[in-house]
Design a protein around this ligand. Structure first.
Ligand code: CP3
Length: 383
């Protein structure tokens, strides 16, 4: 956790609610294929997972964008899918295609996963904690170190679908069918990842980010108990009439609440029970203006990561001035560069005058982004 010197870290000051100008900056996926030095280390390390589990290589690629650009934060180099891997699911990264997992299609596959309290799970992740510890020792004192994990729904959607299919149809289908199984998987991920974040913070991370990259793929509504389409069997003699009146008369439960915001809130409460001053950012991509506005009040996060689809000025007008926001620059604008890039940097600064904001993209930087455009963005920002 942040020691006394941590208070000098610009990004940590913003996470405590201070408006800092110009805002501290980092980029999602800042260690990645757009950097020639990343591609070189990646080739040396072997597979992508070898890179994630080798502290020497993982420390090196985490530091590369800090050396080159002097970002205010370094983010641990790893992946959200090391957690399903630690639970015993087969995970591989196919060159040019992204992640592949053995799809968890039903209860039998769920039963084969390791339990949350199995010591083998965190033991599998020990290289990650070693990487975090070494990073904190090697980073400049003013640089914030961020740990991270995926939000339960996002990780579950990969575990169920086996890949990031465009609309995550398999995960949605299971969510609309065997809701109890999805609940069980989410519960397992809440427990494991709460412990995972606590260990990252204890190993030296100053703050952590929870990536809900697939919030936009949640089913819009959940079937109500008693709906003709609801395949969940009533338990014992509990019938619809035995349920509270609201359960059958209210609007269908909102899936964003049940499988995203509430599980994230449980993780945050669990982390703070062990690390009371833990600082936590939640990135809820695809949840819309309304979803973004709900993140801080409904999860207890310190900051909301804003995707590029949301109008930042409109979001700032909806939330209290004290809300900490992060992100929003369109990764495509960074590829385009030039005047369009300058204009978008300026618009973000105008939307966040005198309020706490962390400069970032609205999703990860893509491999085809010219390094010179990142330099231009930072020059514009820093004035
Ligand atoms: O941001 C950073 O620099 C830290 C490292 C980081 C990676 N993945 C490295 C990575 C972080 C924070 C992640 C999170 C992650 N992983 C997310 C959430 C953020 C988001 O982008 O929405 C998701 C959904 C994943 C799953 C994942 N991992 C996908 C879909 C892919 C393939 C995409 C691609 O660009 O190929 C990965 C692979 C991956 N994770 C790469 C990197 C640098 C590229 C792999 C390579 O180098 O070959």
């Amino acid at each position: 956790m942040a020691e006394a010197q941590g208070t000098n870290r610009k990004l940590m000051r913003v996470l405590s609610g201070e408006a800092v100008s110009p805002p501290p900056a980092w980029m999602m996926r800042q260690a990645g294929r757009y950097l020639p030095e990343y591609r070189a280390t990646r080739a040396e390390a072997g597979s992508f997972l070898d890179l994630c589990y080798s502290p020497d290589f993982a420390v090196e690629v985490t530091l590369q964008p800090i050396r080159r650009f002097g970002f205010d934060a370094a983010i641990l180099f790893s992946d959200i899918l090391v957690v399903p891997h630690a639970l015993g699911q087969d995970v591989r990264f196919v060159e040019g295609e992204g992640p592949r997992l053995d799809p968890m299609t039903g209860r039998a596959a769920f039963e084969r996963l390791k339990r949350a309290d199995d010591p083998a799970v965190l033991a599998h992740l020990a290289p990650v904690f070693e990487t975090v510890g070494r990073l904190r020792a090697e980073l400049p004192a003013e640089t914030t170190l961020l740990g991270f994990c995926g939000a339960p729904w996002t990780v579950a959607s990969y575990m169920i679908g086996g890949r990031g299919t465009p609309d995550l149809a398999p995960a949605r289908a299971l969510a609309e069918g065997d809701t109890a199984l999805v609940d069980a998987l989410i519960d397992r991920l809440v427990a494991v990842q709460t412990a995972y974040l606590i260990r990252q913070l204890r190993a030296g991370a100053d703050a952590v980010q929870i990536f809900e990259s697939h919030a936009g793929t949640l089913p819009r509504a959940l079937p109500r108990p008693g709906d003709a389409t609801d395949p969940v069997e009533p338990v014992g003699d509990v019938t619809e009439s035995a349920l509270p009146a609201e359960a059958s008369e209210d609007a269908p439960e909102d899936a964003l609440t049940r499988w995203s915001l509430r599980p994230i809130a449980r993780m945050i409460a669990g982390v703070r029970a062990e690390v009371p001053d833990a600082r936590i950012i939640v990135f809820a991509r695809g949840s819309g203006l309304d979803g973004h506005a709900r993140v801080v009040p409904e999860t207890g996060a310190d900051a909301v990561g804003v995707d590029w689809g949301v109008d930042l000025a409109a979001l700032r007008a909806r939330v209290p001035a004290s809300t900490v926001t992060q992100g929003n620059l369109h990764p495509e604008t960074l590829i385009a560069g030039g005047d369009a890039l300058d204009a978008e940097v300026d618009a973000i600064l105008r939307a966040t005058v005198a309020v706490p904001h962390i400069f970032n993209l609205g999703h990860g930087i893509t491999p085809q982004t010219p390094v010179a455009h990142v330099e231009r963005m930072l020059a514009r920002l820093r004035g």
